[in-house]
Design a protein around this ligand. Structure first.
Ligand code: ATP
Ligand code: MG
Length: 259
């Protein structure tokens, strides 16, 4: 039987609100405004996933779907140095793909399924999940079509997470106009895009925001899907009472996400 693995964020505080890190066999979502660290977290975890388990890693390879063109190999090298691993091999263990549009983004999952059959992959990053869908289906009348295609993508993603014991981490943007659909708004009114379809697909949702000075804040959100609470209950290694905090601060350094 496959065993759930947890991958560290690079920040002990951030890990603690997650019960140790982001988990395999499920889909996690981090969302928040620009420069809150979604892409930096994606880079950091792409290195940490390769590390030994006692360093918060999963001893696995990484697939990185970039929809915004913000992946930087030189950042991977810098983060690798922080953890004392060879920058070249850290980069080689990341299968990078730039998604050109939403159709291509879906096709990439089929390609990756074949790659994942090797059993070597533990992390799949999508930075960001909605970008191509928002560009390709921008008209009001296209929303239903968009959500149907998005659902298809997410179903495939959930299947892959389970089948290959992979942690799926997707980043997401926030609505520029908080107003409609207040159901998924965080306490401060920021809402992820993607509507119900996306909300139900993510097991764990985390809101990232800017804090004081260089600080950033991560806050666990109640997910309408399988709740984070349920994840804690199903995990013999941690109980929710061990982890009452829902908010953690972190910083972004040359070596990636840190305390
Ligand atoms: P967007 O919504 O625009 O994609 P994001 O949430 O992905 O934003 P990131 O690109 O992850 O944001 O974070 C950008 C922040 O990371 C900036 O504030 C920048 O100062 C910081 N940052 C980037 N590289 C470094 C570094 N080498 N050292 C310290 N901070 C850095
Ligand atoms: Mg980004």
């Amino acid at each position: 039987r496959k065993r759930v693995v947890k991958i560290s964020t690079g920040s002990k505080q951030f890990d603690s609100i997650l019960g140790g890190g982001f988990q395999s066999m499920s889909i996690s979502e981090v969302y928040g405004e620009f420069r809150c660290g979604k892409t930096q977290l994606s880079h950091t975890m792409s290195v940490i996933a390769q590390l030994p388990k006692d360093m918060g890693g999963a001893e696995g390879k990484v697939a990185y779907i970039d929809t915004e063109g913000t992946f930087r190999p030189e950042r991977i090298a810098q983060i690798a140095e922080r953890f004392g691993v060879d920058p070249d091999s850290a980069q080689e263990n990341i299968a990078y793909a730039r998604a050109l549009n939403s159709e291509h983004q879906l096709e990439l999952l089929n390609t990756l399924s074949k790659e994942f059959a090797s059993g070597e992959y533990r992390l799949l990053i999508i930075d960001s999940i909605m970008n191509c869908f928002r560009v390709d289906y921008c008209g009001r009348g296209e929303l239903a079509d968009r959500q149907q295609k998005l659902n298809q993508f997410l179903m495939k993603l959930a299947h892959m997470a389970e089948e290959f014991n992979v942690c799926v981490l997707m980043t997401n943007q926030v609505q520029s106009d908080p107003g409609a659909n207040a159901l998924f708004a965080g306490a401060d009114g920021r809402k992820p895009v993607g509507g119900h379809v996306l909300a139900h697909a993510s097991t764990t949702r985390v809101l990232l925001r800017k804090g004081r000075g260089d600080e950033r804040v991560a806050k666990i959100q109640d997910s309408p899907g399988l709740s984070t609470l349920a994840v804690f209950r199903n995990d013999p290694d941690s109980s929710f009472s061990d982890c009452p905090e829902r908010e953690a601060t972190y910083i972004i350094t040359n070596g990636g996400i840190s305390d």
